[in-house]
Design a protein. Structure first.
Length: 494
């Protein structure tokens, strides 16, 4: 399922306040048998803590959102998966007498152009302002986790340093002194009024060697802090915790940071809430139009491979305790990881999220067209009748003082069933260019499409689009072998 939203402002807790605004519209991954990709986001102003901020200077005259579903080479015996080509075009006016430069964030749930079988991202993104291409950085789900860990680790270190007795007990645990672990847990409970679970988590945390602390330099700008720094954060502040996956490790950091500094504990769930999304995956029901939890039937025969029990309820996206028994860590470190998993609270963190970052400049008194285009595979919902789903976060539109209408247009092959979470009218069929990603060498030149149009009235929450799986398979069988090979993306070079 996907999500999409209108422009909003985000801020980083880890960066110095700048003269520009910010805007935007784990190993733990449950790999379902049919893949699990898909979701989008809207433009909004980006802030220091990765959350959207309010934009007061610019006005969005309108947003034209277009989603076209097309066939791709990625398929199994039952047919090709839909690839959704998304185009969000914002007509933006600067009514002020000054040039306005904005750092925009654009939330994309479930990743950009994610191969649903290999789970390998192959980004297909373009951002333009008028006729000019803008440089865009994809802040991956893993990078977001890394940023949260870096911020949380600083908060934990500050908390330890502020209490001399606590700092001494933590050092005793690191040195392996007899009775140190029990003494630390007792002190947290009696002197700091911590509950038993959080106390147990801190004991294990301080006893692990997590490597050199890494974070974002406060004197660096977004322009400098691109792929290199973000890439470092993906692996940073993990150490032996990599065995439980980046998601659970990040939850540990955020949980402990919140015990010391509740106001600075940036959690993954909080980011979803700020953007107006839901960490639990949802879908629009093909029959009723009701928005409900997305359902995925997990083959019981694959339960061991997926790391879930055979009776796993796919409608409930609660914690799944991933643990790599073959991780190259000591027995003591494995025991610490197991203790951490037992004591972490259950959270509904499931859907991955990316943020697309770019900077745009708007001259005074002028109106320009800002367009974000990307491709993303739809994901499956197996409740009868089964469907392919895309979601788009609309909520950031509510964080602009002036945001005009959101016009929706959806195109898909003639005869394929469709449902949206907003009212749409079906127009006359039209020939549209075939959907193709840059990685593919072949595309259908023209496809006869049914066209659905509507207007998104509520500028909060998410927009959901559903494509009927049975009619999709009937109208779009898998391509023949020769065509599939021609369409296949190139293999990465070693």
């Amino acid at each position: 399922m996907e999500r999409r939203a209108g422009p909003v402002v985000l801020s980083w807790l880890f960066l110095m306040a700048a003269s520009v605004g910010w805007t935007n519209g784990g190993p733990f991954v449950v790999k379902y048998p049919e893949g699990d990709p898909a979701a989008k986001g809207v433009l909004a102003r980006l802030g220091p803590d990765l959350k959207p901020m309010r934009e007061t200077r610019l006005r969005v005259v309108k947003e034209d959102l277009s989603v076209t579903f097309g066939r791709t080479a990625l398929h199994r015996s039952e047919g090709s998966l839909p690839l959704a080509a998304v185009s969000a075009a914002y007509t933006i006016e600067n009514p002020t007498a000054e040039t306005v430069e904005v750092d925009f964030g654009f939330p994309i749930l479930r990743g950009v152009y994610l191969d649903p079988f290999s789970m390998v991202p192959q980004p297909d993104v373009q951002v333009t302002l008028g006729d000019h291409d803008l440089s865009a950085t994809i802040i991956s789900n893993s990078a977001i986790y890394g940023i949260i860990r870096a911020s949380a680790r600083r908060a934990i270190d500050r908390g330890l340093a502020a209490d001399r007795r606590l700092s001494d007990l933590a050092e005793a645990v690191r040195e392996g002194r007899e009775g140190a672990r029990e003494a630390l847990q007792s002190y947290l409970a009696k002197a700091r009024d911590w509950n038993a679970r959080d106390a147990a988590l801190l004991v294990e945390y301080v006893g692990l060697e997590l490597g050199e602390a890494r974070g974002l330099a406060r004197d660096r700008s977004w322009v400098w802090m691109r792929d290199e720094t973000l890439g470092q954060l993906v692996e940073a502040n993990l150490g032996p915790l990599a065995a439980i996956g980046e998601q659970k490790a990040t939850q540990l950091f955020a949980q402990l940071a919140g015990c010391f500094e509740p106001e600075t504990a940036a959690t993954y769930e909080a980011l979803f809430a700020a953007w107006g999304g839901d960490v639990r995956e949802r879908s629009v029901d093909l029959l009723t139009g009701e928005v409900r939890p997305r359902e995925i039937d997990v083959d019981p025969g694959n339960a061991d491979e997926l790391g879930v029990p055979p009776a796993y309820d796919p409608t409930v996206y609660a914690r799944v305790d991933y643990f790599d028994e073959n991780a190259p860590i000591s027995d003591a470190e494995k025991a610490a990881c197991r203790t951490i998993l037992r004591n972490l609270p259950v959270v509904f963190t499931f859907a991955p999220m990316n943020l697309l970052y770019y900077r745009a400049t708007f001259p005074p008194g002028e109106t320009h067209l800002l367009t974000v285009r990307y491709g993303q595979y739809a994901c499956r919902d197996t409740r009868d009748p089964a469907s392919y789903q895309v979601a788009y976060v609309v909520h950031p539109a509510s964080l602009w003082d002036d945001f005009g209408p959101i016009n929706l247009e959806v195109a898909l092959p003639v005869g394929v069933g469709f449902r949206a979470s907003v009212a749409c009218q079906k127009g006359d069929p039209e020939d549209r260019p075939g959907v193709v990603a840059p990685h593919y060498a072949v595309a259908e030149e023209q496809v006869a499409c049914d066209i659905y149009r509507g207007r998104v009235g509520d500028k909060t929450g998410e927009l959901f689009l559903a494509v009927d799986e049975a009619s999709w398979r009937a109208h779009l069988p898998p391509p023949d072998e020769e065509t599939a090979q021609a369409m296949a993306p190139p293999q990465p070079q070693p």
